[in-house]
Write a protein that binds this ligand. Structure first.
Ligand SMILES: C[S@@+](CC[C@H](N)C(=O)[O-])C[C@H]1O[C@@H](n2cnc3c(N)ncnc32)[C@H](O)[C@@H]1O
Length: 217
């Protein structure tokens, strides 16, 4: 299971939740081991489970992931949404995108998942189709700008999920180290919009490193 310390759960609570997980998918387990060995920041398994439930429940057909890394979230989303869904996932690093494509191919999802090699802000600005589900998991300082770009493109029952919005608890801390201030301020702005923008009904969940979850209203 994951190695990172939980920022929100107490250790015994995290161990309990790990212990009740069913048998894991071997490819995802391999990807978790690859990510650990190569210090790649993939989503937490519990966040992946949340993505899968939401993709399934929402009936999303057009899914956009902001931040691909090795393709872990994209594979989870595509599998859960089913063969009629399409996932565009955005990654600016060519070598990382190549690793993602090879895992996606091994998952048998190459025709369903497109890894778009580009800067996330530029790629989001270029998207023209409606989006049913967007998973934001990229540059924390850019979360407010990602939201501004995706909100007008969200379909009538569209869903936004964003990872790491409590940022190791620092988003709620009184004293924030100077080197974290830019990220923390951007995440505070983003979380405020998630719960108060009149176009959304949203909540911040204490899952993983904090997950924002909002539906278009
Ligand atoms: C946290 S990881 C994504 C994890 C992935 N969503 C998952 O579920 O496993 C963030 C990724 O965003 C990429 N990234 C960073 N800056 C970016 C940018 N400006 N545009 C596109 N991708 C970027 C990083 O290279 C990294 O692979």
């Amino acid at each position: 299971m994951k190695d990172a310390a939980d920022a929100i759960l107490r250790p015994e609570q995290a161990a309990y939740l790990d212990g009740i997980e069913p048998t894991r998918d071997p490819l995802l387990v391999e990807m978790e081991a690859y990510a650990k060995a190569n210090r790649q920041p993939i989503s937490d398994p519990e966040v992946a489970s949340f993505l899968a439930v939401t993709a399934r429940l929402s009936g999303a057909r057009k899914i956009v992931e902001v931040g691909t890394n090795i393709g872990y979230g994209a594979i989870v989303l595509a599998r859960a949404a089913g063969p009629d869904a399409r996932v565009i996932t955005i990654e600016h690093d060519a070598a990382t995108a190549a690793v993602a494509r090879s895992f996606i191919e091994r998952a048998g999802l190459s025709s369903q998942v497109e890894v778009r090699e580009a800067d996330a802000l530029a790629a989001l600005a270029l998207l023209t189709d409606e989006i049913d589900l967007v998973y934001i998991d990229c540059v924390k300082e850019h979360y407010p700008a990602y939201l501004d770009l995706v909100l007008p493109k969200l379909s009538a029952r569209g869903v936004i999920i964003a990872d790491n919005v409590l940022w190791k608890g620092l988003v709620a801390a009184a004293d924030v180290p100077p080197h974290e201030l830019g990220r923390v301020q951007a995440l505070r702005t983003f979380n405020h919009a998630i719960v108060s923008d009149s176009r959304l009904r949203g909540v911040v969940l204490p899952l993983g490193d904090g997950v924002a979850y909002a539906a278009r209203v």
